[in-house]
Design a protein around this ligand. Structure first.
Ligand code: MN
Length: 288
């Protein structure tokens, strides 16, 4: 694994707001926590949704997500533990396993299923929805599975281990890069008493979600299962994250599109007319 010397920041972002997720159920009855909900879409543009799932009770996940459509954005599924089988209308099929990432660009339309391939044990991970710019919403769908070993990792001199899913951090570039929204997506494991620092472009909206332990950002504590929205402080060149007792979290950032967002369930477009078109295309079998 790469050992890197982490950034020394001029000024860290701070916590703008703490958010507790909303317990909900989606698909055929999968229990999950919706962390990034519709009302945060403008504040966290270009991100539309973040769901966390995590349970060792098969009743919470076994039904999975049978065939359903998407149009106008990308879905990024990051599996911490468990096995999920994916099939889509483009003829793609893949098995997402511990530490793996699935990146799907729905573009003009994809119909897919996401079904657990285990009857017991822990299923844990995240699904993030990343918006597409108007010019790419009707692009051809695209899909890739990245197994654990394909995800670049680094460790800092303080022993912080970072998996770089998208974008670049401390000189290490992730498995995915995207123009326009320039997403940064890191999974960060901080040992007790260590500090993690990374640059985050000043243009980006950014947040963290802590899934083990607790962290401290500029004097504000962010507990487990809490999102901390990072301030867009002028002049802040990144974020310093401390964990006195050790922690694991994701850091997600992206450049806002500043375009109208019109969502109807699994379709996210710029206008109501485009939503009507998506529904029409889906009902008549022309979506995918
Ligand atoms: Mn889906």
């Amino acid at each position: 694994m790469n050992t890197v010397t982490q950034a020394i920041l001029h000024q860290s972002r701070s916590i703008d707001r703490l958010v507790e997720g909303v317990a909900t159920s989606d698909g055929a009855g999968v229990s999950l926590t919706r962390i990034l909900t519709g009302k945060l879409q403008r504040r966290l543009d270009p991100f539309l949704m973040l769901d966390a799932f995590g349970s060792d009770d098969p009743d919470d996940y076994i039904a999975g997500f049978p065939d359903h459509p998407h149009r106008g954005f990308e879905t990024i599924t990051y599996m911490l533990a468990g096995r999920m089988r994916h099939r889509d209308s483009g003829g793609h099929e893949g098995l997402l396993e511990d530490g793996g990432v699935q990146w799907m660009t729905a573009g003009r339309g994809a119909i897919h299923s996401e079904i657990p391939e285990q009857k017991e044990g822990v299923m844990e991970g995240f699904q993030l929805w990343l918006n597409l710019p108007a010019s790419n919403k009707m692009a051809a769908p695209w899909y890739r599975d990245f197994p654990r070993e394909a995800i670049p990792e680094y460790v800092t001199q303080d022993g912080v281990k970072v998996r770089v899913i998208a974008g670049s951090s401390n000189g290490v570039t992730g498995v995915m890069t995207r123009e326009v929204t320039e997403p940064l997506y890191l999974d960060i494991h901080i040992p007790a008493g260590s500090l993690f620092s990374t640059a985050v472009p000043v243009t980006h909206n950014a947040f963290i979600y802590v899934y083990r332990g607790a962290v401290d950002v500029d004097g504000v504590r962010v507990d487990s299962r809490r999102m901390g929205i990072l301030s867009n402080t002028a002049g802040a060149d990144g974020v310093d994250i401390r964990a006195s007792g050790g922690a694991r979290l994701v850091l997600i950032a992206g450049k806002p599109l500043n375009e109208p967002i019109v969502q109807y369930g699994p379709f996210v477009m710029n206008t109501q007319e485009e939503i009507h078109q998506a529904l029409d295309d889906f009902r008549s079998g022309r979506l995918a």
